[in-house]
Design a protein around this ligand. Structure first.
Ligand code: ATP
Ligand code: MG
Length: 474
């Protein structure tokens, strides 16, 4: 701001002084030319009168011409002494002026000079602008040589008051100073407005960032104006929104996880209390209770290992241990392992392998993917149901589909079943022991392999889960 004013001030000062100088020069040259021609003409008439010592005639000529030219006229002799004065005051006195000396000693025929006759220093601001003494009396001295037959016999001195001219210069200075103050005020006001306009959004943004730094993620800044600042505000808002969402989902995750862990603990507590407070409990009932407790511990174990899997996937510490294997073998293994459960529920699993799909991937993780999907199909399909598992190859992709004829998934729930802890029927989920983590793990593992997982389902008509995985042969 200060620098800006300084620049404006300095450039204005430069313009003002050169302008005043220019006007001053013009006025001076004009006046000087006038005075000189007047004096030179007069000198021609004066010279013979002075040479012949016709002093009375000379005196009246000086008075007359002085009136016409508007100044004082004097005739000096070869030594600079006044011989005639239109004011009749200085006769006989010696005039010591450089303009006189230049004629008498240096042999010039005409000379001009401006002199200050005394006065007081002005107090106006203008004196700062140019060193002009405004209150002083100013006079212009024009000297012309009086010659007779080529010899200088004296000097004609014309003293013309140039006060009016100086006054004009001073008033010009005054006006310039006034304009300067006005321009400075206007420039300052404009600079202030501009800096406000530019710095305000930056200040708001800074406050926003500071608030965010203190942990308030709900902060948003107004998006105003155009250009880079607008983009910056928008980016800031998008960033803070994402951070807020992340923060919310993390809190949600922690509360969901604690809730899921509390349920089996509460069940175990009740069972244990029963055993403690009924020492004479029937052995069979006691064994039942203990095996229930054992089941809950297993469930806790499962939930915790699922949570650990998710956390390690989140923190990106999980890596793929790629190896070459046949995806068809993995699927056959899982089907074989789970068919025991399916048989208990009198369900039929039909396995159809179109291609062995040799691939370069993480075998253990894909085993988990197939297990989670097939486990769901068995868990949610009623007794006596049919589950079809199919593997085909399409170009560079292996496509696995698991279709059941179970209850299906409502359209509204379909976009959420891959979310953590999401269960379509919360009560049913608990009965069957689901936590709602299985499909979110599937989704993450498939994504890590660069594949996709999707569901097609209609309520009452079963569900089909499809996994597409790039083969990546090593
Ligand atoms: N084949 C299916 N048929 C009907 N509903 C299904 C099927 N597969 C998944 N779902 C629904 O999607 C929800 C989410 O499945 P997910 O596997 O993520 O969790 P879960 O099976 O409840 O628990 P977990 O797998 O962690 O033990 C399930 O609770 C269930 O409501
Ligand atoms: Mg599941």
């Amino acid at each position: 701001m200060l620098a800006f004013l300084l620049v404006v001030g300095v450039s204005y000062y430069a313009v003002a002084t050169s302008l005043i100088g220019l006007v001053g020069d013009y006025l001076f040259t004009d006046r000087r030319a006038q005075d000189q021609t007047g004096a030179e003409k007069l000198a021609v008439e004066v010279a013979p009168l002075y040479a012949d010592a016709r002093m009375e005639q000379l005196q009246s000529l000086l008075i007359k011409a002085g009136g016409e030219l508007g100044g004082r006229l004097m005739v000096l002799d070869g030594s600079g002494k006044v011989q005639a004065d239109s004011y009749s005051q200085l006769n006989g006195t010696r005039v010591e002026l450089p303009e006189v000396a230049s004629i008498l000693l240096d042999g010039k025929t005409v000379d001009y000079g401006v002199h200050q006759l005394g006065g007081r220093r002005s107090l106006s601001v203008l004196s700062l602008l140019t060193p002009l003494d405004t209150g002083a009396e100013w006079a212009g001295y024009c000297t012309v040589a009086l010659t007779e037959q080529g010899k200088t016999i004296g000097v004609l001195l014309f003293s013309s008051p140039i006060q009016d001219m100086m006054q004009r210069l001073v008033s010009l200075q005054n006006r310039m100073a006034l304009y300067f103050v006005a321009a400075a005020v206007v420039a300052m006001a404009i600079a202030l407005v501009i800096s406000r306009v530019i710095t305000k959004p930056i200040a708001t943004l800074t406050r926003g960032i500071q608030r965010m730094g203190r942990g308030d993620l709900s902060v948003r800044v107004p998006v105003k104006g155009s250009g880079e600042l607008r983009k910056l505000s928008e980016t800031f808002n998008v960033m803070s929104q994402k951070l807020e969402l992340l923060d919310k989902s993390r809190n949600q995750f922690v509360s969901n996880a604690s809730h899921e862990l509390k349920t089996p603990l509460a069940t175990m507590k009740i069972l244990l209390e029963n055993i403690i407070y009924q020492p004479d409990m029937d052995t069979d009932v006691r064994t039942d209770f203990l095996s229930d407790i054992n089941r809950e511990i297993n469930r806790l174990n499962l939930i915790i290992s699922d949570l650990l899997t998710l956390v390690s996937m989140d923190s990106k510490t999980m890596r793929l241990n790629r190896e070459t294997f046949k995806f068809a073998d993995v699927i056959a293994d899982v089907v074989h392992r789970l068919s025991v459960v399916a048989e208990k529920r009198r369900q039929e699993i039909k396995l159809q392998i179109g291609d062995s799909c040799e691939m370069y991937a993480d075998c253990a993780k894909l085993t988990q993917v197939v297990t989670n999907i097939l486990d769901n199909a068995i868990k949610y399909t009623p007794e006596g149901g049919l589950i079809r598992v199919r593997l085909i190859r399409s170009g560079r992709d292996a496509i696995l589909s698991v279709a059941d004829n179970g209850p299906g998934i409502p359209k509204d729930d379909q976009p959420h079943i891959f979310d953590r802890f999401y269960r379509v029927d919360k009560a049913r989920g608990r009965d069957t022991g689901g936590t709602g983590l299985g499909l979110s793990i599937v989704n993450q593992l498939v994504l890590m392999h660069g594949g996709t997982v999707s569901v097609q389902s209609e309520e009452g008509h079963g569900s089909t889960f499809t996994v597409e995985l790039p083969i990546h042969q090593g």
